[in-house]
Design a protein around this ligand. Sequence first.
Ligand SMILES: [Zn+2]
Length: 410
Amino acid sequence: MSHALTLGKYSLGMGDRFARQGRAQLAACAKAAARGVTVIPVWNKSNREHVIVGSEPSSVRAEADSAVAALGWNAAYHVDADHINLSTVDRFIAPSDFFTLDVADAIGKPADASSVDAFVQRHGDCGGVFGLTVEKVRAAAVKYLYAVEDAGRIYRRVAEVRGAGAFITEVSMDETDLPQTPDELLVILAAIAAEGIPAQTIAPKFTGRFNKGVDYIGDTAQFEREFNDDIAAIATAVERYGLPANLKLSVHSGSDKFSIYPAIARAMKTTGAGVHLKTAGTTWLEEIIGLAEAGGDGLALAKEVYAEAFSHSAELCAPYASVIDIDTTRLPNPAEVNAWSASDYANALRHDQSCPSFNLHLRQLLHVGYKVAAKMGPRYLDMLTACEESVARNVTENLYARHIERVFLA
Ligand SMILES: [Zn+2]
């Protein structure tokens, strides 16, 4: 399959809920470039985030273009319509050149028996890779074929408007309960090829728990084995089914899965594979840290955000229930937080697990609490401007030192 617009080998998805940190985020990629490693910036924002913030996808394009111009970034960059489906894709098509087709909800829906039969007829045991048999291929086809057909419907909708080859396609299946095994991944990729989707990234659900904004919970050794097998599945699929040669894994981490970063870095080193590391809410949390560190009115606003998030926690957590684990007994009372110094607040929130005052419950609540800031509107945005130095420093440092260095420069 030919595809004109090609995603580079190393790429970093950067979410920016309020579209103010584009330059600070890009500065992290610029620091990597200064060390000789090109990490392609991709600004991603999901439909869910747009709905909660009340923003339009075109704002992400405007932010990306202006950050690139301001920093004189001369490598590629992209704007990702993250986690879209057929009912939400349309307003993303014009401003985006990267589309994450989310078909997780379609997993397990039955495909036509005739499509399953045709698939099995054509692919047999998929070469027997990973111990696949015709029966296992059939079982995987029953489970995933409808979802891949769904991805095909979304892909063709975008291609119809933008033209095939004018955008990067990712297929995501990560927001679901059960992980996909490497043998299932191979079958899924065979189906993606058969559907005519020139996928350049695939986001499976990996083994383990990927809660929003906090570290990985699970068996890192098992993750590493599966991650390497997934890379092998991709290499096989590129070879056997003619998918784009640059097809790579996309790790939708919910940000900050630090304990698996060494495994990802090792796998890239030993196999030569690339990776797309998608982060999102980690930048919003750095905004709050930056406001708190600025002290004065910035700190007061950060405290207000926490107090509001605390009193509306049930409502804020509901859309993210499957990807957060908050022990409410470990959340500090707003009265207590109101007495905190700038560094008390920053230390509780900043993702430094070696810091004794780091509180992962507070961090998860604030991670999903961006609606509170969205409701503040200009008051929040003006405070970001007033505290720009402190906010930008934290945003850049977080992406560079905690993400890029550990994954791409290790
Ligand atoms: Zn995702």
